[in-house]
Design a protein around this ligand. Sequence first.
Ligand SMILES: C[S@@+](CC[C@H](N)C(=O)[O-])C[C@H]1O[C@@H](n2cnc3c(N)ncnc32)[C@H](O)[C@@H]1O
Length: 210
Amino acid sequence: MAKREIKDYPLISFDSDGIEGFIDFDGIFARRLPLHIEIGSGKGTFLVNQASVQTEINFFGIEWANKYYKHAVDRIGRWQLTNVRITRADAAELIAANIAEDSVDCFHIYFPDPWPKSRHHKRRMVCEKNSEQMLRCLKSGGIINIATDHDEYYQWMREVFAGFIAAGRVVEIDFIKPIGAEAEEMAGTNFERKYLKEGRITNTIAVKKV
Ligand SMILES: C[S@@+](CC[C@H](N)C(=O)[O-])C[C@H]1O[C@@H](n2cnc3c(N)ncnc32)[C@H](O)[C@@H]1O
């Protein structure tokens, strides 16, 4: 079978290289709507499924791997979705430097890389430092919605959020199943589908900023 041509869609791909200051989301979407950010979008399955139904939300994906990023841009572009942008960046750096406080309604994090070796734990996306930054960016009532197949990382996440819960800064809420998730799935992303075939269990955690 012929390999599909991967196209760029300049309206979808947001170049954040060397960006200074806060991203002007109202400007790049050309309309003010609630803002949801997905960290680690992979091939863009969540963004396509969710944004094609929730047209009154602006979705912004952050994906580090160039190959996945290009694939996601191509898919979102083919779907002609006007409420999605995606950028190729390290989400931890971009969020800390370029996302304004009290500006985000929801962070979606589905199957973040677990970095299982202790010496790599500092690379984990869900850690105290990055969660502190996400909380800074969230509006009051804003949500962090996470799914993972990795048991030890899941326990680590629970410990990270236990501190914020104890401090009264967030409350735990029920995980919000994305629209594309089938009955036996929690998130319905490519990685969940792959992991389910391998018999792995998905755990979830969701918190709301007080
Ligand atoms: C296990 S995959 C999950 C992809 C997708 N969410 C899914 O469930 O199919 C993790 C994704 O996070 C991306 N990623 C890892 N570290 C990242 C970072 N610091 N910033 C942005 N994306 C990152 C990886 O490139 C990869 O696409």
